[in-house]
Design a protein around this ligand. Sequence first.
Ligand code: LLP
Length: 381
Amino acid sequence: MFDNQIIERFKQIETPFYYYDLNLLNRTLATVKRLADSYNFHVHYAMKANSNDQLLKVISSYGFGADCVSGGEVLKALETGFDRKHIVFAGVGKSDKEMINALEKDIFCFNCESTQEIEVLNELAKKIDKTAFIAVRINPNVEANTHKYIATGKDENKFGINRIELDAIVDLVKKSSHIRLIGIHFHIGSQIQNLDNFKNLCTRINEIQDWFESKGIPLTEINVGGGLGINYQEPDKEEITDFENYFGIFHQHLQVKPHQRVHFELGRSIVAQCGSLISKVLYIKKGVNKQFAILDAGMNILIRPALYQAYHKIENITSNSSETATYEVVGPICESADFFGKDVSLPITQRGDLIAVRSAGAYGEVMMSLYNLKEQAKSVF
Ligand code: LLP
């Protein structure tokens, strides 16, 4: 993936840093755009995956909307060229201040996650004489078959409004003078690789739609969320995720009425593969049974392995050795959760070698922390 010219350039840059391949990002975006347009689907980029300004400017230039989960993300979306008419604001815990700011900016839609949130939003909108357009996020109780921390669509999860509350929602919306219900919203989880899960989601959405229709409530917006997984094992074999089959599932199984628009909130599948974390080997240390390669980046820079036991492909991009050895690839942070990979086979690795942790464009830089007050990673394009 990295040619010699780029590796020579990396050698001149202070590590650790996130490297983003804007060419791959553009090719990914062009693919998503072409396929989504062909089905008349509307894509909102889930900013939580990566809110680096440079990437956001590229993404907004394709005319995608933005899926935001905080007041900060709403402001950033507007600053980086997303159209307010295509901004959705989701999240189980929107603060009053965040909702007022979003109302003042006249965003497209609030994805509301509880009856109390709708009551508060109605009050706030009334105070400043605005109407809040909302979609109710419904918990469909559909399995996502992913890591339990990133599964969101089951009864035990905090997300969305439960089916037992739907009657109450309809009554509440009817009496809320400053709320306009325009749609329904779902998101069952992230890094979903088996598309059958999305098929099951479609079946549930169809049932829920029929229910709303039977209550005489017309819905124009159907938002199916995000969650499409990527290939962490072999990033070079699947640089661009299989959007064709993904959109195809919804086209085939979702019953869309002529007056309805279908929305997606894709994060990881858009940005993950264009990013790599580039780090330097500080030390090689022999343990009793293990050998450690200690890098200058740790869980402070990329927390996914520590938090979700996530696999990222690790490559030594400067070693010329034809022999390999097995390493525990770890960071400098003071806990044993601070690792990037266990039993990783690499060419013989030495102090000063550059290591690429691949597929780190999504939920990498955004989840960086100040832990241990280590220096933050910069971004390189
Ligand atoms: N829509 C909603 C309501 C979401 O909660 C999320 C992600 C997305 C869309 C975008 O999902 P994506 O297309 O990126 O799968 N930090 C975790 C992932 C957390 C996902 C949170 N919600 C990780 O590193 O795996």
